[in-house]
Design a protein around this ligand. Structure first.
Ligand code: GDP
Ligand code: MG
Length: 300
């Protein structure tokens, strides 16, 4: 009998959840950055093989929510954990264990069903430190399996996948095995624009930026897709940073995003980005609804 079920990678921001899902799917589905709170939705990734089907729910990192947007992000994370067949707690081995980690450990430890602890970023710590760390986590008795990996270079990810397949229930696949995700191209494209904003800007800016799709025109005659999008910021000063001196920053973001989108969409792309100040958008229901629109395709 084939396996079929869902896996929720959960953990603190920046633990490497999106990197892991991308690695296991061999595809850049979720955007990744070195800034916390990169993932803002539940991103579904579908892995189909002769073993069956494993559906990942990549989620926002667990953090103290200070805005309406972040409360929604936390709901995505907690709902995914409650719904998934297997909970996969990711811990950044290179980061010092703090109260945030204790909170997440407690939370994930209460998840129903099998729980796997993934000790990520082993490439960043010394080898002799690994076993004692595993032993300490094993003492909690909260996990069915503990697997040290590097999501970035793929170390031991085969072993993790093996563990996940073994814990998954038997069943029929939920999705067409040809599908990699349930998100429309437009959503994934807008995420990739946001990734460039995160990559090229620094400090507190990433938290207060969002990208909204304004218009998407498929010009078959010219074999071109025209994408009009707005980068939201909260204050005039932030707009200055995103635009840059003589528009240099927005130009760099636009070029990087266009090249990436042309590869992703396998089409020529015309990208029009504009920066808009939208005070307190993270509290604004209408803006948040616009950002949530078109995230999931309707799949029967
Ligand atoms: N050195 C190292 N860096 C990693 C590893 N996994 C993820 N990262 C980096 O950690 C940062 C956060 O990764 P991301 O997947 O966005 O974390 P998320 O917030 O949990 O989804 C990025 O800069 C990744 O490149 C790893 O195994 N080793
Ligand atoms: Mg992420």
């Amino acid at each position: 009998m084939a396996k079929s079920g869902t896996v929720a990678p959960v953990g603190r921001p920046n633990a490497g959840k999106s990197t892991l899902m991308n690695h296991l799917l061999q595809e850049k589905l979720a955007i990744v950055s070195d800034k916390p709170q990169t993932t803002r939705h539940r991103i579904v990734g579908i892995l189909s093989s002769e073993r069956g089907q494993m559906v990942f729910y990549d989620t926002p990192g667990i953090h103290r929510p200070l805005h309406r947007m972040n409360r929604q992000m936390m709901r995505y994370a907690l709902d995914a954990m409650n719904e998934a067949d297997v909970t996969c707690l990711l811990v950044d081995m290179a980061a010092k264990f703090g109260s945030g980690d204790a909170y997440v450990l407690d939370l994930a430890g209460k998840a129903e069903g099998p729980r796997v602890l993934v000790l990520n970023k082993v490439d960043r710590i010394k080898k002799p430190e690994i076993l004692p760390r595993i032993a300490r986590y094993a003492e909690t008795g909260l996990f069915d399996e503990i697997v040290p990996i590097s999501a970035k270079n793929g170390d031991n990810c085969d072993r993790l996948l093996e563990v996940l397949w073994s814990l998954l229930p038997e069943g029929e696949p939920m999705f067409d095995p040809e599908l990699l995700t349930i998100h429309p191209e437009r959503f994934l494209a807008v995420e990739r624009i946001r990734e460039k904003v995160l990559e090229l800007t620094t400090e507190e800016l990433p938290f207060s930026t969002a990208v909204v799709l304004e218009r998407w025109e498929d010009d078959a005659e010219k074999d071109l897709i025209r994408i009009y999008a707005s980068i939201l910021v909260e204050r005039q000063g932030q707009k200055k940073i995103v635009v840059g001196r003589q528009g240099q920053m927005i130009k760099a973001i636009g070029t990087a995003a266009r090249l990436d989108l042309e590869q992703f969409l396998e089409r020529r792309v015309y990208l029009d980005l504009n920066v808009r100040v939208e005070p307190d958008w993270r509290e604004n229901k209408a803006v948040l609804a616009a950002l949530d629109r078109d995230v999931d395709l309707e799949v029967d």
